[in-house]
Ligand binder design. Sequence first.
Ligand code: HEC
Ligand code: HEC
Ligand code: HEC
Ligand code: HEC
Ligand code: HEC
Ligand code: HEC
Ligand code: HEC
Length: 391
Amino acid sequence: MKSRVRHVQAFAALAFTVACLCLPLLSRGQMSAPAPYTRTPWRTSKPFEEAGYVGREACAKCHEQESASQHTTAMGRAIETVADSRVLVAHPRMSFRAGPYLFQIMRQGGASTYSVTDGTRTISAPILYAFGQGKAGQTYVFKLDGEFYESRLSYYKEIDGLDYTIGYERKAPPSLEEALGRRIAEDEARSCFQCHATAAVSGRNLQLEHLMPGVSCESCHGPGRDHVAAMRARDLKDKRIFNPGKMSPDELSQEFCGSCHRSAEQVLSNKTLQGLHSVRFQPYRLFTSPGHEPFDPRMSCTACHDPHDNPRQDESFYDSKCFACHRSQASLKSPQVAKQEAADERNAKPCPVAQKACASCHMPKVELPGSHFKFTDHRIRIARPGEPFPN
Ligand code: HEC
Ligand code: HEC
Ligand code: HEC
Ligand code: HEC
Ligand code: HEC
Ligand code: HEC
Ligand code: HEC
C-alpha cells in the first residue's frame, strides 16, 4: 500500500511540474497575467456575467451520466425555493407551541409565511429559502427589517413536523422579538448560500438574483461557459473546467469536499465545531480514524460516494470498500488466499469478529440530540459499547 501511496504522490508532483512548465508557454501569446493561486479553484470571484455560468441543463447535453440524478440528490436540493419546496407544498399548515408562543407556517399560493404570536401581538415574515431536505431538518431563511434570519424552528422528516433547529435551546424563547429566530450576519449568510446553492456568491458579494438552487454542477466544477465553447470547438487540450478528480485523495476529501463538509483543519482549529456535533463533519472524522491513511485513494470520499448520485444504502457495497485494504479471515487459513490478497495490496488486518456489514459496527450511527437523525460516524474504529463519544 505504501508503494501505491508514493506512486500517487509522485504522480501528482509530476503533473504539477508539467503544468508549471507548460502554463507560461501557453499563456505568453495572450500576454495575460498568471492567475493568482487559489485554494478553491472551483469558486469564482468574478462578477456574474464575466464568470460565465450556463446551468446544469447545458451540461446535461454532453454529460448524460453525471446529470441523470444529480439534481434529485440531497446535495442537488440543498436549497429549494419556497415555490418548489416539497416540504412546504406538502405541509400547507404547520404549527408548534412553546410556552406562551404559537408558531405557524402557512401556505398561500406559491408562498409560505412564518409567524409567531403571543395571542395579542404577531410577528411574521415571508420565507425566502428552504435549506436542506429535512432528514436532519429543513431550516428556513427569511428577512426582517432588511436583515437575514435563520428560523428557530425546523421541519424534521422523522416527526413529520416542526421542532427546534439544531443548536437552539429547547425551551420557549425569552421574548416575542427574539422568537422567530436568529439574525445572521452578512458573512455567515454568504457562507450558508455558498455551501447550499450555486452562483449565489461572487467573492464577498451575495447575488441572490442569480442563485441556482442546490449544489449543482457549477458549484463543484466552476462556471462552464468557456468549457462548453472549447468542447464545441473540439479543443480537447485545455478543457477549461475544474475536475476535482485530479486532486490528490487527501486534497479531494479535505479541501474540496471539506470546503463544505468541513475539513480536519477547520474543526481542529475551532473549538465550537468539536464535540458530539463533529459527527456531522465527515472529512474531519475520517482524517482522525486510527490507522487510516488519507493519502490512499481507497480512503477518499469518492471511494465510497459518487457526488453525482445518492449515497448507496446496501451494506455489501461498503464491505467491498473495506476489503480493498483489509484481508479476509480466510487468508489466515489459506496461503493461497493470503498470496492473492497480498498481490491485490490488501495488507491491513482482518476482522476477528465478522466478514460482512463492516460499517454497521465500525462506523456506528450516532444520534445528535434534537436532530431526529442518526449520523454515520466516519471515525472508523473499534467502537466499544458504552464508550464516550471520541472527539
Ligand atoms: C458540448 C459538449 C459539452 C458540454 C455542453 C459540457 N461538456 Fe464537459 N466535457 C465535454 C468533453 C468532450 C469532455 C472531455 C471528455 C474526455 O476527455 O473524455 C468534457 C470533460 C469534462 C470534465 C472533465 C475535465 C477534465 O479535465 O478531465 C468535466 C469536469 C466536465 N466536462 C464538466 C462539465 C460541466 C460541469 C458542464 C456544464 C457546465 C459541461 N462539462 C458541459 C463536453 C461537454
Ligand atoms: C458546495 C458545497 C458542497 C461540496 C463541495 C460538497 N458537498 Fe456534499 N453536501 C452539501 C450539502 C449542503 C449537503 C446537505 C444536503 C441536504 O441534505 O440538504 C450535502 C450532503 C452530502 C451527502 C448526503 C446525501 C444524503 O442523501 O444524505 C453526501 C454523501 C455528500 N454530501 C458527499 C459529498 C462528497 C463526497 C463531496 C466531495 C466530492 C461533497 N459532498 C462536496 C454540500 C457540499
Ligand atoms: C461550510 C458549509 C455550510 C454552511 C456555512 C452551512 N451549511 Fe448547512 N449543511 C452543510 C452540509 C455539508 C450539510 C450536510 C451535513 C449535515 O447535515 O450536517 C448541511 C446540512 C444542513 C441542514 C440539514 C439538511 C438535511 O437534509 O437534513 C440544514 C437545515 C442546513 N444545513 C441549513 C443551513 C443554514 C440555514 C445555514 C446558514 C445559517 C447553513 N446550513 C450553513 C454545509 C453548510
Ligand atoms: C458535490 C460536487 C459535485 C457536483 C455537484 C458535480 N460534480 Fe462532477 N465531479 C465531482 C468530483 C469529485 C469528480 C471527480 C470524480 C472522480 O474522479 O472520482 C467529478 C467528475 C466529473 C466529470 C469527469 C468524469 C470523469 O470520468 O472523469 C464530469 C464530466 C462531471 N463531473 C460532470 C458533472 C456534471 C454534468 C454535474 C452536474 C449535473 C456535476 N458534475 C456535478 C464533483 C461534483
Ligand atoms: C469507507 C467508506 C466511506 C468513506 C471513505 C466515506 N463515507 Fe460517507 N458514508 C459512508 C456510509 C456507510 C454512510 C451511510 C450510508 C447510509 O447508510 O445511508 C455514509 C454517509 C455519508 C453522509 C450522509 C450523512 C450521514 O451521516 O449518514 C455524508 C454527508 C457523507 N457520508 C459524506 C462523506 C464525506 C464528505 C466523505 C469524505 C470525507 C465520506 N463521506 C467518506 C461511507 C463512507
Ligand atoms: C486505505 C485502506 C483501508 C481502507 C479502505 C479501510 N481500512 Fe481499516 N485500516 C487500514 C489500516 C492500514 C489500519 C491499521 C491497522 C492495520 O494494519 O490493520 C486499519 C485499521 C482498522 C481498524 C482498527 C482501528 C483501531 O482502532 O485500531 C478497524 C476497526 C478498521 N480498520 C475497519 C475498517 C472498515 C470497517 C473499513 C470500511 C468501512 C475500513 N477499515 C477501510 C486500512 C484501511
Ligand atoms: C458485529 C460487529 C462487527 C462487524 C460486522 C465487523 N467487525 Fe471488525 N471488529 C469488531 C470488534 C468487536 C473488534 C475488536 C475485536 C477485539 O479486539 O477482540 C473488531 C476488530 C476489527 C479490526 C482490528 C483487528 C485487529 O487485529 O486489531 C479490524 C481491522 C476490523 N475489525 C475490520 C472489520 C471489517 C473489514 C469488517 C467487515 C468485513 C468488520 N470488521 C466487521 C466488530 C465487528
